[in-house]
Design a protein. Structure first.
Lengths: 364, 188
């Protein structure tokens, strides 16, 4: 580390950022793969099934004792799935509009991954000049909303490019749904930033880091609920998975997709889930802060503990996403719209007003 | 009489979806706990665990032997005629062929083939057989590496079928006949 200090600050910054991007990307990808496994396992347990328990790579039997248990848990399933997606035939239907058809998966996956950039996933690893966030933007949340709303274009484009009925309906639903919930989502966080007084996400975490009672979820419970439900809608998760709805639209926007292109949509969906969970952790659950408080870490161990804390909180929210999937049936299209426009937007607005009034009377 | 189901309008609480969310949580949690902690999934992991085949199950048809280990089939070919998918093919012994290995039978088949790929497990062969020589048994999962392998021949069918535990029709008749011969008739 000392050798690096003689380098030009710009080069240092680029180097550190590149390392952080690579590690964050790798971790997110691993998380996506294992989120799929957790989803399948938890779904299985909720439905009294066993779930994937057969994928056995050749080296599994060299792992003593633990090997069979890991196979039973399906720990090698993501590898097998990834390999399967790579080897499957990549089919482009003749009636599809080829360029958009190829473009859509990329457009849906890239924004989902880009949201991770502004999220402070840890304090520091000893060096206070090098915070554990890829881009410490002053307008972090605006960036997130700008990028997240691009995600819908991938889905709409997929629906349009597939040139058949089910994907088209999926695309239409997706555009209406995601746009209307984006508004509720954006409004719900305004009150959070009114309390904090800053748009920078690192500052939001700094506000919450002193103790568990400083977490925004206690100060802005309404905003949290609205944001949570809007996040379900934004990430196309049940009960708001109308663009996808396997049972009525045969997979919706990705009906015509196969192989790696389908895998990209899949990956994008889970990456969006992870992004939304990370955002919720940052905004409402104290980010990387340990429940008993304590400021930014001074050593590497403390820094790793903060990162682990962040990941645990995120994992808990991901579990909530997965659990909810089996709890509620899918909303009807008009119910979804009513919920978005007639309930959540007014609630979020009222919340902003109430927050403003409280702030006006308490901070003088 | 028509029964009118009363449909109450949802209360304000119900319209927030909260009660259904809570009850959904309870139901899913109950199942999650049951499966994960008590280890009671409904799944039967097939190759390792198998279901118990009930009595009277109509699986694959096999030929059976009688208690003396003799072939019961007399090569009458009724099953071949009745078989809807034409899965059965019998090669009769012909005039100079092998004799039956039991009494009270003129002949037994030289070969008896059932194509298990064609067989629909309907049980007509069992029903039509006058000798009670073919029965639908418990096997339901027949596999093979080739089409030829899935055509079961006489030896294999007899071996798989085993010994028929039921009544031996002709042995019974024979005993009856013997009794007739030795019937003590009153001398006049």
């Amino acid at each position: 580390m000392d050798a690096l200090k003689f380098l030009d600050p710009t080069i240092q910054f680029v180097l550190f950022s590149a390392v952080k991007i690579l590690i964050a990307f790798g971790v997110v990808m691993t998380f996506v793969a294992y989120a799929v496994l957790v989803e399948r396992k938890v779904s299985a347990w909720i439905q009294d099934r066993v779930g994937p328990n057969r994928a056995t790579p050749f080296f599994a039997r060299y792992i003593p004792i633990l090997g069979p248990a890991l196979v039973r848990l399906g720990l090698f399933q993501p590898m097998a799935d990834g390999l399967k997606f790579l080897l499957k035939e990549d089919f482009t239907p003749a009636h599809a509009r080829a360029i958009y058809f190829w473009l859509a998966p990329a457009i849906s996956v890239i924004p989902a991954l880009m949201t991770i950039a502004v999220i402070p996933f840890g304090s520091t690893l000893g060096n206070p000049d090098n915070p554990m966030v890829i881009a410490d933007l002053n307008v972090g949340i605006l960036y997130t909303f700008g990028i997240v709303s691009l995600g819908v274009y991938g889905i709409v484009l997929a629906g349009y490019a597939s040139n058949s009925k089910f994907p088209f309906l999926g695309g239409i639903r997706s555009s209406a749904q995601m746009i209307s919930y984006e508004i509720a989502m954006g409004m719900s966080v305004i009150s959070v930033f009114m309390v904090v007084g800053d748009l920078n996400l690192s500052r939001v975490v700094a506000y919450q880091e002193t103790s568990v009672f400083q977490w925004m979820i206690w100060k802005q419970p309404v905003a949290f609920v609205v944001f949570l439900i809007a996040a379900f809608a934004e990430t196309n998760r049940l009960p708001f998975d109308l663009p996808e709805s396997e049972s009525e639209l045969v997979g919706g926007y990705h009906t015509e997709y196969s192989s790696m292109k389908f895998a990209l949509f899949f990956l994008g969906e889970y990456a969006a889930m992870i992004g939304a969970s990370a955002m919720m952790v940052t905004l409402f659950l104290g980010g990387w802060a340990l429940p008993w408080g304590g400021g930014p870490a001074t050593g590497i161990l403390g820094g790793l503990a903060h990162i682990l804390c962040f990941i645990v909180k995120m994992g808990a929210l991901l579990l909530l996403f997965i659990w909810t999937r089996w709890m509620l049936p899918r909303f009807r299209y008009d119910q979804l719209m009513t919920l978005g426009w007639n309930r959540f937007i007014p609630i979020a607005l009222a919340n902003i007003l109430a927050t403003a009034l409280v702030l006006a009377f308490t901070t003088r | 009489m028509t029964k009118v189901v009363e449909r109450k309008p949802l209360s304000a609480l119900e319209r927030t979806y909260l009660p259904s969310v809570v009850s959904g949580l309870q139901v899913t949690w109950k199942h999650f706990k049951k499966t994960l902690l008590e280890g009671k999934p409904v799944t039967m992991e097939y190759p390792e665990e198998r279901w118990v085949v009930p009595d009277g199950y109509r699986g694959a048809p096999y030929l059976v032997k009688d208690q003396d280990n003799n072939t019961k089939c007399v090569s009458c070919q009724l099953c071949e005629f009745v078989c809807p998918p034409k899965a059965i093919k019998i090669t009769p012994p012909g005039p100079d062929g092998q004799k039956a290995d039991r009494t009270n039978a003129e002949k037994m088949p030289e070969d008896f083939e059932i194509n298990m790929l064609r067989c629909i497990f309907c049980g007509f062969c069992q029903e039509v057989c006058p000798e009670e020589a073919i029965f639908l048994q418990r096997d339901y999962s027949l596999t093979g590496g080739s089409r030829e392998e899935m055509v079961y021949h006489k030896d294999k069918l007899l071996q798989l079928g085993g010994v028929h535990a039921g009544a031996q029709k002709w042995k019974h008749k024979l005993e009856e006949a013997k009794e007739q011969e030795e019937f003590p008739v009153a001398k006049i």
